[in-house]
Design a protein around this ligand. Structure first.
Ligand code: SF4
Length: 60
């Protein structure tokens, strides 16, 4: 699994709240991926992607 955050993040913090092992807020106030998700992260990454209000979390 690989994940990236496309442009358009509004900095709501939802992904970091749901999956702090993979997502974190940068100093610019937008989310970034801090590690490649492992098998143990898959369900939370999917939940974060589904919950992102602007749909910019892309799972590959
Ligand atoms: S849930 Fe979406 S909009 Fe909110 S911080 Fe994460 S990537 Fe940005």
């Amino acid at each position: 699994m690989d994940v990236k955050i496309n442009s358009g993040c509004i900095g709501c913090g939802m992904c970091e709240t749901l999956c702090p092992d993979v997502f974190e807020m940068s100093s610019e106030g937008i989310a970034e991926v801090k590690k490649i998700p492992g098998v143990e992260d898959i369900s939370k990454v999917n939940e974060a992607a589904d919950s992102c209000p602007v749909g910019v979390i892309e799972i590959k």
